[in-house]
Design a protein around this ligand. Structure first.
Ligand SMILES: [Zn+2]
Length: 234
């Protein structure tokens, strides 16, 4: 089978991929916000992944992250790989809500980690970078006793303003926008659709049909199959 949009991908010069947890489930990373995650679990996640919780119970925050968020053996899948290949041709930007580092492992050239990256760790006291191995050993920075945290956007924290600006600029310049593995219901990420170039074609690839506030083509399918069928032409 051929990808139904092959010609669009061949011709596009400024693609934007807006992606979420559905891209990484094929790599074995569970989606803690998805339909099989109960509302109550989502509420708990929002509590445990807040700066307020990190500040009041750093040991509990550390345990929650270690037990629920880190999958250091996970590998990029065909969705990451095909999108990464298009960025390497300087024809695409990936804007992801995922914090799992899989786009980095796939060598994505133009990448915006809208919600940060779990593997980018630093000490809140001295702001030095810390390795995952050191963080797995202890949540305390050995040289100064400071708390170590991942550079991810917690639920009560703002998005990095540079990431917002770069994302808006990519949306305004886009000629093809492809939404993959996200329901586009989490703000401010979902608000990026307000900035889509009116001349851009918008496609959504998702297991469940989406409702979006803009004109788009819905492809209700398995994103892995869809990207497996996409040929990357030089
Ligand atoms: Zn430190």
């Amino acid at each position: 089978m051929a990808n139904p949009h092959q010609a669009l991908y061949d011709e596009a010069k400024a693609m934007v991929f807006l992606t979420g947890a559905g891209v990484s489930t094929a790599s074995g990373i569970p989606d803690f916000r998805s339909a099989n995650g109960l509302y109550q679990q989502n509420q708990r996640a929002e509590y445990y992944l807040s700066h307020q919780y990190f500040a009041t119970d750093p040991a509990g925050f550390y345990d929650y992250c270690q037990q629920n968020l880190y999958f250091p053996d996970a590998k990029p899948n065909v969705i990451h790989q095909k999108q990464a290949a298009l960025t390497q041709q300087d024809r695409a930007t990936v804007i992801t809500q995922n914090i799992d580092n899989l786009y980095e492992l796939a060598e994505t050239k133009h990448l915006i980690d809208f919600h940060g990256n779990l593997y980018d760790l630093y000490c809140v006291k001295c702001h030095q970078k810390v390795s995952l191995v050191d963080y797995q050993t202890s949540r305390i920075h050995s040289s100064d006793g400071g708390e170590i945290r991942p550079n991810i956007v917690l639920y009560d924290e703002p998005i990095d303003s540079q990431n917002v600006q770069k994302s808006v600029a990519a949306m305004q310049q886009a000629d093809l926008v492809v939404i993959v593995g996200t329901s586009m219901r989490v703000y401010p990420f979902a608000g990026l659709l307000d900035y889509v170039n009116p001349r851009a074609k918008v496609i959504a690839v998702n297991q469940e049909p989406l409702q979006l506030p803009i004109a788009f083509e819905m492809v209700t399918t398995d994103a892995s199959q869809y990207f497996k069928e996409l040929k990357i032409n030089a």
